[in-house]
Design a protein around this ligand. Structure first.
Ligand SMILES: Nc1nc2c(ncn2[C@@H]2O[C@H](COP(=O)(O)OP(=O)(O)OP(=O)(O)O)[C@@H](O)[C@H]2O)c(=O)[nH]1
Length: 665
């Protein structure tokens, strides 16, 4: 193969595999996109659940705190003590504070048992009035470190939410205390995240949830002695978790190896870093060590609206593995289908190429062969015509294609038009048989020519779908054959039938007579009289001229159905079918007289000659023509014996060899 050809071949061979690879890549990209979208939606759903659960948990505790405020703070006794705390001087304040402490200590203990972390009364100037967890410490201003308290006292509106603090960060519910338009200060119910977590646990069973706080609301804010209660979170060094002694949440994170591995992965995940830096929510599906997880980072802000940290939740999600398995399954099946299609396409293309090659080879062969070729469909319409057929018939391939070719070219045995349905060649192939024969075709120029026709049926699934037809113009061959036949059956000198042909046809006639059982046919046997003398006297050529003269005479005086033949030498035979002995006799006489009265002109000579004729009839009882000839010969012998130039016959009923001469009619 030449380099250019090789390159084209390789290119062709590579197209389908490349397309298949592109198809698989596309399929993979499509399935991967869908899979990512599906798993992202799962994660977003999880994040949305976390968000709703978180809001629900915070609100539930807000309602609880409101109930506590109504039930325990707005009692006359407590309000009266608060009024006193606002009115008494500094010396008397500890007494009032002590009373307030004792008044609410049972409530505080009860609420602590329910999860409350702090109960804290503040003055209207946002100074600490009474910390139930450290009653001995009071009077300090918390306006700076606790903006929520300041907000509640300034706006005289309940404030709730997450907030840092000098002791511990937590969820605060702060209510201003206003009685008869007099502002006594505020009270704060403070909860650890643990309480929020408890609700989240209930609302999101199966999830691991942790609070991770920023430095600003933890170590930057708390008293120095509390700083060691925070340690860096496994997720990001900027996020801290509470010590397990303070909150059980941090401990829970490290509980399982899977959770540790997950945190490790998350800590390296760029999306996690991005979300933490931006303080935005994040929903993430992850598969680690064959386990699926949904992870959500829910950004929380403190009461002042500052970034405070994240609630980080994750749950095992086997549905991620199922989705991945399903995606891989679809990819495998899809890829397999693409490969199968590619294989089939490759085969198909290869077959088409081979078919094209075969077709062009076949075309080259059929176009170069001398035989005419035409292919027909089941209805006899031409579907293909080769160049030789086109040349021989004088039609272009386009003119014949789609035509009932039989009607145009097929002339049955020189007869009138024969309908296609009766065409033996067409019918043979229709019956799934081959046909071979000499047929007559007619060209566009009306030239009739004999054609050797060979037809084979085209069969598909046992059904005839057309035929392949080969033909050869045998005009010349037929002429040669006719010539040979003519030579083999004709006397070269006279052009009459030779003895062989004469006997053959005479045998047929005898058979006919035998079939119809009556002797209506007559045979004449002629012999020139003293012919030897002519030869001797004028030469052999003169003798030939006499023989030719006689042949012409016979030709002119016989009917078309009569047969004259040269039996040998100067002996001639004439078969007169359907001719009685009387009719034969009259003809014989006429011939005899004609010859006698027409001498042969030869080189200025006029050579007179006569002939003797023996006559007999063909009988049903004759075993062969030899018997008839024998009788005719006997009659001829009689004619010679009788003086020549005469006709003699043996009566029809008279058997040969009786030597009895018939009466002249
Ligand atoms: N020129 C010529 N002579 C032929 C041909 N065939 C046979 N002969 C001659 O025909 C002659 C026949 O002579 P014979 O058999 O003696 O008979 P005949 O002379 O006709 O005498 P009768 O038949 O008894 O009247 C012979 O001399 C043959 O040579 C031929 O083709 N051409």
């Amino acid at each position: 193969m030449r380099p250019a050809g090789l390159r084209t071949h390789l290119l062709r061979a590579a197209v389908v595999p490349l397309l298949a690879l592109a198809g698989i890549a596309l399929l993979w990209s499509f399935l991967d996109h869908n899979h990512r979208r599906e798993t992202r939606m799962m994660a977003e759903q999880y994040a949305s659940n976390l968000s709703v659960a978180y809001a629900a948990a915070v609100n539930l505790h807000r309602l609880n705190a409101e109930a506590h405020y109504e039930a325990y703070v707005t009692t006359p006794a407590v309000l009266d003590l608060l009024r006193q705390a606002n009115e008494v001087d500094a010396n008397a304040l500890p007494v009032v504070r002590g009373r307030l402490y004792r008044q609410l200590l049972p409530v505080y203990r009860k609420l602590r048992a329910q999860g409350l972390r702090q109960l804290h009364f503040h003055t209207s100037r946002s100074e600490s009035l009474l910390r139930f967890h450290r009653p001995e410490r009071a009077g300090d201003s918390i306006a700076d470190v606790r903006p929520a308290v300041r907000m509640a006292n300034e706006r005289l509106r309940a404030v709730s939410g997450f907030e840092g603090g000098r002791v511990l960060p937590g969820f605060r519910y702060i209510f201003p205390i206003v009685v008869d338009r007099r502002h006594y200060g505020s009270v704060e119910f403070s909860l650890p995240f643990e309480e929020i977590h408890r609700e989240l646990d209930r609302l999101l069973p199966g999830s691991e949830i942790a609070l991770m706080l920023s430095r600003a609301v933890t170590v930057d804010l708390v008293f120095a002695e509390h700083r060691n209660l925070f340690s860096p979170s496994p997720l990001h060094p900027e996020l801290l978790i509470e010590h397990p002694d303070v909150s059980r949440l941090s401990g829970r994170l490290a509980d399982t190896a899977n959770a540790s591995a997950l945190m490790e992965q998350l800590s390296r995940h760029h999306a996690v870093h991005a979300a933490i830096s931006a303080g935005s929510h994040l929903a993430l599906p992850l598969i680690i060590d064959g386990q699926g997880y949904l992870v959500s980072l829910h950004a929380i802000r403190d009461i002042a609206g500052e970034r405070a940290g994240f609630i980080v939740a994750h749950t095992q999600a086997p549905q991620l593995l199922a989705a991945r398995a399903s995606m891989r399954g679809e990819l495998a099946i899809g890829s397999l289908l693409i490969l199968l299609c590619a294989f089939a396409a490759q085969r198909l293309l290869q077959q088409r190429r081979e078919l094209r090659l075969q077709r062009s080879r076949l075309q080259a062969i059929t176009e170069h062969m001398d035989q005419g070729l035409y292919v027909l469909d089941a209805e006899g319409r031409a579907t293909y015509i080769n160049g030789a057929a086109s040349r021989m018939l004088g039609y272009t391939a386009e003119e014949l294609r789609g035509e009932i070719i039989h009607d145009l070219i097929h002339n049955h045995a020189l007869s009138d038009h024969m309908p296609l349905a009766q065409c033996p060649a067409f019918n043979a192939t229709r019956q799934l048989e081959s046909f071979r024969g000499i047929e007559w075709f007619v060209g566009r120029d009306k030239r009739l020519f004999p054609a050797e026709l060979s037809c084979r049926p085209l069969i598909e699934d046992g059904v005839h779908i057309g035929s392949v037809n080969l033909f050869t113009d045998i005009t010349e061959r037929k002429a040669r054959e006719d010539e040979l036949v003519h030579q083999a059956t004709t006397d070269p000198l006279t052009g009459l039938a030779n003895r062989r042909r004469f006997m053959l046809e005479a045998e047929h006639e005898l058979a006919r007579v035998q079939r119809y059982n009556h002797g209506e046919s007559t045979l004449l046997m002629i012999d020139l009289d003293h012919f030897k003398d002519i030869n001797d006297k004028h030469g052999h050529s003169a003798g030939d001229a006499v023989l030719l003269h006689l042949a012409d005479l016979l030709r002119h005086n016989l009917r078309a159905l009569d047969l004259a033949g040269r039996y040998g030498g100067e002996e001639f035979v004439i078969l007169l079918p359907s001719t009685s002995a009387d009719e034969g006799w009259r003809l014989a006489e006429r011939l005899r007289l004609a010859l006698a009265n027409s001498p042969t002109d030869f080189e200025g000579l006029s050579i007179a000659v006569t002939m003797s004729i023996g006559l007999t009839t063909l009988r049903a009882g004759d075993r062969s023509m030899a018997a008839v000839i024998e009788r005719a010969d006997e009659a001829l012998y009689s004619a010679k014996e009788g003086g020549r130039n005469r006709v003699e016959m043996l009566a029809a009923a008279q058997p040969a060899g009786t030597n009895q001469l018939p009466k002249k009619p």
